[in-house]
Every structure is written in structure tokens, then in C-alpha cells.
Ligand binder design. Structure first.
Ligand code: SF4
Ligand code: SF4
Length: 500
């Protein structure tokens, strides 16, 4: 057969754009010989892994949709609250001041990823990554429903007009739903619900964010697809450093499959067993070179060429090959989850350094995090930078400084906080003292501290301390450097005159 512009490959269903079969000359899995993109339309390969992946994927899709509504202690279980600059995690609130706790959390996450990858390869990519889950179990099924799939009656080549429009309408709806769910993780469901019910004119910025996220989803799942895994995702690129010869990966058993050979020219599928007889006579391997493992691969690679960066470990090729092996009367598992060590004839060993080092590090980090969380005070009090004039000279001749204290109530109940000054020569003027702050709320309290001008050093400095106490036994000292007139006179400072 001669390949020409507009032809559709019988094996993969992808459009040809060269005079020759691009599958023979291709360098990259998703790039044709002439540099154009090779669009992938992977076959669906029913099998035991597909069943389990569907179970996991639909569970995750439901979980992702309901998680923003799930609350613990009155707070979302997981919310990266951008407007309020805080992270809610299982009833705990982390703020920018919790830098060490956040760093510990991130490190735990990274080391867990390292450990999972060392043990189970790219199981995250193939089974749980949102990119794979939504692409393979939401967008791809919509496409197959409306445009067909290679090898089925309704060919993708015939999918035109209304079907394509319907596909993109469904894509748009799915993207809108995903974009809103995604945003709920950053702004909270209540705020999102409010935005959705109001006119875009009232919240132009939020509207732009919602629309751009929808467009982003549409472009990602409708156009970019597997390129996100191949080009954009850093995890795929660094996996080589995280895998070792004993990691569980999807592998082709070369020793058993080679030398591979196509079925007899002109033979139909049903004749495949005849080919097996001929193959056995010729001493051929188990691989009948049917290409089913290639045409089902969502990243378009041929797993028989060995472990590749593009392999996301989805196991679709395992299901595809198992069906073929069953048909030709051979043992399943020509492609299977295994390790490079096992395939190379080495003794499998889970006793390797990284399997112990990573969990040890994770345990240490979790221990540190637990100790810090348990020892965390019920509130946080912090002095904020000065605003305005450094000091004021009152009508009485006394010197006043403006102070701002940020109080964060981390507890689950409203608490009254009192600010006191630990210095007999100073007094404070404050609107409301004590001040009640709601659970998980923060307030900035402003007040004046007043002292006699004589207390200042020749350089116009005087240090004193405040104590913030809560009615829940919280107590915290804050040290404050007052500024006053240099040399003990108001004329030398940068202050202002003010009557009390
Ligand atoms: S599906 Fe199995 S038999 Fe067919 S080409 Fe792939 S490895 Fe060979
Ligand atoms: S080679 Fe197999 S496991 Fe890897 S991405 Fe392709 S189908 Fe999935």
C-alpha cells in the first residue's frame, strides 16, 4: 500500500501525511517523519487492568468533585486558600508564617513520591494522575462514543460534522465542570458558588480566572493530550533518577517474545493459530508482531523497544497482549509488570538502600511535623512593621509610638486576648482590651504606647515588652524598640507634635 496525504493508518487510526509509512521512519512516538504531529487514537483494550483502572479512576473523579465540600472541624479538608493566604489540611490551618511546617509537608510529599516511584515505578502516572484519569476515563470515552475507535465498526475517519460538534460541546461542559471544581480548591466552594450566581460584571477578575481555566482544560484534554506527559510534566523526565533495576515497571519479555514475526501475509485474524503452528516449527518467539500493544498505547510507544520515558505505566499494553496470547494459545504475560532485574535474570530483591532510606527520612520528617504540630501554640502574636511617623510628642511632653500587633487565633473557639505592657514607666492606649477573636480568625490590633521622654537613650531608643495573653492560657511576649527624640529632646527626632 502507498501512504498518501489524508490516509488513515489501519493499525493506529492516525492520519498519514507522508508518502511512506511514517511508522517505519518515525523517531519520536508522536512525531511524523515530516515533523507534523502524529495524532494518537489508541484502541481500547479490555482486560483485568482496565477494569481496575476504571474502578480507581472513577473513584478519584468522584473524590475530586466532592473533596471541596468535605469539611473537618468546620474547615475544608483540603483548600489552598489563595485569597486568605492559607492552607487548610485535615482541619489544620497553615499560614505563610508556618514556613517550616509547610516545608516539612512538602518534603514528606516528595520523599513519598520518591519511595512510591522506586517501588512501583510510574504507578501514579498510569493510575492516579489527573491528566491520565480525565484523559482516559472522561475525554477519551466521549471521543470514542461519538467518533468511534480504530478496529470498531464506526471508523474515526468517518466522524464528521455533528459528531465533532457534539464532541466539543461535551468537552466544553466537562472542562467547565473541571475548571469550577479545580478553582474550588483555591477559593472554596462558598466563594465559588457566590461568583457563579452573580453577574460576571460584579467579579470580572474571578470570571476571567474561571474562563481561562476552562479554556486551559479544553486545550489540554482536547488538543495537547499526551504531550502534557511527554513534554510538560517534569516527573516523567526525572523518573530515570528515581527508578532502579528493581522498580516495578511495565516490560516486554524479550527473551520469550523474540524473534517476533508477523502472521502469514493475507491471513485473517482467525488464522492466527495456524501461524502459531508455523511459528513453532520455525522456532519463532511468542510475539506475533500484531502491534496491538502499540495501537493501544496512549503515548504511542512500542514497549518492545524497552523501558522508555514516554511509558506512563498504564498497563493498557498488558491487557492488549494478554488477549492476543490467549487467542494464540500462549501463556499470558508476554508484557507484564516486572522489573529490569527480573527480566535480566537477576534475583529480585526489595532489600535495597532507597527502600529503607526513603521511609526512614519520611518517618523522621513525619515525627518532626507531629512534634511541631502538637507543640504549636493555640495562637500567634506578631509585631507588624511601623506605619507613619516613628513617634509623636504629646501635649504633656510624653512620647508616643504607634504599635500594630497581628493576633491569630488557631483554636477552635473564640478567645479573648489582652495586650499588656511589661514596663511600669509605660502605658498603652488601646480601643478595646481584651479583644475577642473568632476561631481560626486573625485580627490586627493597633494601639499607642506612651512613655516619658527621659527614658530614651541618647540615640532616641527605648526597649520594652508587651505580653499578649488569651483566656485559653495563651501567653506571648513581644519586644518592641520605641523611638523617641535623639538626645532626650523632641527637637532632634523625626517625630511629630500631637496633643493627647
Ligand atoms: S501485543 Fe503482544 S504479540 Fe502483539 S505485538 Fe505486542 S507484544 Fe507482540
Ligand atoms: S507502553 Fe504500555 S504501559 Fe507504557 S504507556 Fe504505553 S500502553 Fe501504557
Amino acid at each position: 500500500m502507498t501512504w498518501s496525504e489524508g490516509c488513515v493508518c489501519a493499525r493506529t487510526g492516525c492520519k498519514m501525511s507522508t508518502e511512506t509509512d511514517p511508522h517505519q521512519v518515525r523517531v519520536l512516538a508522536t512525531l511524523n517523519a515530516d515533523g507534523t504531529r502524529r495524532w494518537l487514537r489508541p484502541r481500547l483494550s479490555p482486560g483485568v487492568f482496565l477494569v481496575w483502572r476504571r474502578v480507581v479512576a472513577y473513584f478519584l473523579i468522584v473524590l475530586f468533585a466532592v473533596l471541596p465540600f468535605w469539611k473537618m472541624g468546620g474547615k475544608p479538608v483540603f483548600l489552598i486558600n489563595i485569597p486568605d493566604r492559607e492552607l487548610n489540611l485535615f482541619g489544620n490551618t497553615f499560614r505563610p508564617t508556618d514556613t517550616i511546617l509547610m516545608a516539612l509537608l512538602m518534603m514528606i510529599l516528595f520523599f513519598v513520591i520518591f519511595l512510591v516511584t522506586a517501588l512501583f515505578g510510574r504507578v501514579w502516572c498510569g493510575w492516579a494522575c489527573p491528566q491520565t484519569v480525565y484523559m482516559e476515563f472522561l475525554y477519551r470515552p466521549i471521543e470514542r462514543l461519538l467518533e468511534g475507535t480504530p478496529g470498531k465498526k464506526r471508523s474515526i475517519a468517518k466522524a464528521r460534522g455533528a459528531r465533532k460538534v457534539a464532541k466539543y460541546i461535551l468537552y466544553l461542559l466537562a472542562s467547565m465542570f473541571l475548571a469550577h471544581t479545580f478553582l474550588a480548591y483555591f477559593v472554596g466552594v462558598e466563594r465559588l458558588y457566590e461568583w457563579v450566581r452573580q453577574s460576571p460584571v460584579e467579579h470580572p477578575m474571578s470570571f476571567i480566572v474561571v474562563v481561562s481555566t476552562t479554556v486551559l482544560m479544553l486545550v489540554d484534554f482536547g488538543y495537547f493530550r499526551e504531550q502534557t506527559c511527554l513534554v510538560m510534566c517534569p516527573y516523567g523526565r526525572i523518573q530515570a533518577a528515581m527508578l532502579d533495576r528493581h522498580s516495578l515497571v511495565v516490560m516486554y519479555d524479550e527473551g520469550r517474545g523474540e524473534p517476533r514475526g508477523r502472521k502469514r501475509r493475507g491471513s485473517k485474524k482467525a488464522d492466527i493459530s495456524l501461524d502459531v503452528v508455523q511459528r513453532e516449527a520455525g522456532g519463532a518467539g511468542d510475539c506475533v508482531d500484531c502491534q496491538m500493544c502499540v495501537t493501544t498505547c496512549p503515548t504511542g510507544i512500542d514497549i518492545r523497544e524497552g523501558l522508555q520515558m514516554e511509558c506512563i505505566g498504564c498497563a493498557q499494553c498488558i491487557d492488549a497482549c494478554d488477549v492476543v496470547m490467549e487467542k494464540v494459545g500462549r501463556a499470558k504475560g508476554l508484557i507484564r509488570y516486572s522489573s529490569q532485574a527480573i527480566m535480566g535474570g537477576e534475583v529480585e530483591s526489595i532489600l535495597r538502600a532507597r527502600v529503607f532510606v526513603y521511609p526512614f527520612i519520611v518517618l523522621v520528617l513525619v515525627g518532626m511535623l507531629t512534634v511541631m504540630m502538637v507543640g504549636r501554640e493555640s495562637a500567634e502574636a506578631q509585631l507588624l512593621p511601623r506605619q507613619g511617623s516613628p513617634f509623636y510628642t504629646l501635649g504633656t511632653g510624653e512620647i508616643s509610638n504607634q504599635v500594630r500587633v497581628r493576633i491569630l487565633n488557631r483554636g477552635q473557639d473564640a478567645t479573648a486576648y489582652t495586650i499588656g505592657v511589661d514596663d511600669g514607666s509605660a502605658r498603652i492606649v488601646i480601643d478595646k482590651n481584651p479583644r475577642t477573636i473568632g476561631a481560626n480568625e486573625m485580627e490586627i490590633v493597633g494601639f499607642q504606647v506612651i512613655v516619658a521622654p527621659e527614658v530614651f537613650s541618647a540615640r532616641g531608643k527605648y526597649e520594652l515588652a508587651f505580653t499578649v495573653t488569651g483566656d485559653d492560657e495563651f501567653s506571648h511576649k513581644l519586644y518592641f524598640k520605641m523611638q523617641g527624640p535623639v538626645g532626650g529632646t523632641s527637637g532632634g527626632g523625626r517625630g511629630m507634635e500631637e496633643s493627647e
